[in-house]
Design a protein around this ligand. Structure first.
Ligand code: PLP
Length: 226
């Protein structure tokens, strides 16, 4: 099998599992969007997924996304790019230029940088607030106890551009309590988008109310180390 076929087959399998999980949870299949996480994989793999009908992609590094996506966009204008990795303020302008959605808003300094970049570029991506549901040191995301205040502050500043919340549960822990926390926090704030679930746990995340699942390995295969 060539690489295009491999990606197409894996993508079809992931889509089937999303559909099954949605039906089992008595949810509309269309209420769950697949973000195909293509980090560390070449533009050819992204294109194989595009050919197979996938339009929404996730990357965690601005530089890497800048190298792959502008050219693909010229040929696939409906492509949508989500930036899902921790974002440095000095990358905000390029992130604003590239992304349709930034899933990793987590601090006021980044809000400042994004607001400024939005003014300069005349566009602002949709925003998700990343919550560090495990309160892990060294991890991106607003800590749990600061989340309410940061969500209010972000909505006051960006209004409807703030679409929802994102989390990455601690590795090796049961993700369900984290998914439930994120879901209830989004509900309390009336936010429609909940980005949670990756290759290992996206069916569980859908059962717990994910509206976006970020799936890399199950579509594109293992990433080269580093
Ligand atoms: C890499 C990554 C994913 C995808 O992880 P897989 O286990 O390969 O599906 C999802 N979300 C974020 C934030 C990532 O960095």
């Amino acid at each position: 099998m060539n690489m295009g076929n491999t990606v197409a087959v894996a993508l079809a399998d992931v889509r089937a599992r999303i559909e099954a999980a949605a039906i089992a949870a008595r949810r509309e299949v269309a209420s769950v969007q697949l973000v195909a996480v293509s980090k560390f994989h070449p533009a050819e793999s992204v294109e194989a997924a595009l050919v197979a009908g996938q339009l929404v992609f996730g990357e965690n590094r601005v530089q890497e996304a800048a190298g792959k996506f502008p050219e693909l966009r010229t040929r696939y204008p409906d492509l949508r790019l989500h930036l899902i990795g921790g974002l440095q303020t000095n990358k905000a302008r390029e992130a604003v230029r590239l992304a349709d959605v930034i899933e990793s808003l987590d601090r006021s300094a980044l809000s400042d940088a994004l607001a400024k970049a939005g003014d300069q570029e005349g566009r602002l991506p949709e925003l998700l607030i990343e919550v560090n549901t495990g309160d892990e040191p060294q991890k991106f995301g607003v800590p749990r106890e600061k989340a309410d205040e940061f969500i209010r502050e972000s909505r006051a500043r960006f209004g409807e551009r703030v679409r929802g919340l994102m989390c990455i549960p601690p590795a090796g822990e049961d993700p369900v309590p984290h998914f439930r926390f994120l879901r209830s926090l989004a509900d309390e704030h009336g936010l429609p988008a909940r980005s949670m679930g990756m290759s290992a746990d996206f069916p569980v995340a859908i059962a717990e109310g994910a509206t976006l699942v970020r799936v890399g390995t199950a579509i594109f295969g293992a990433r080269p180390p580093g």
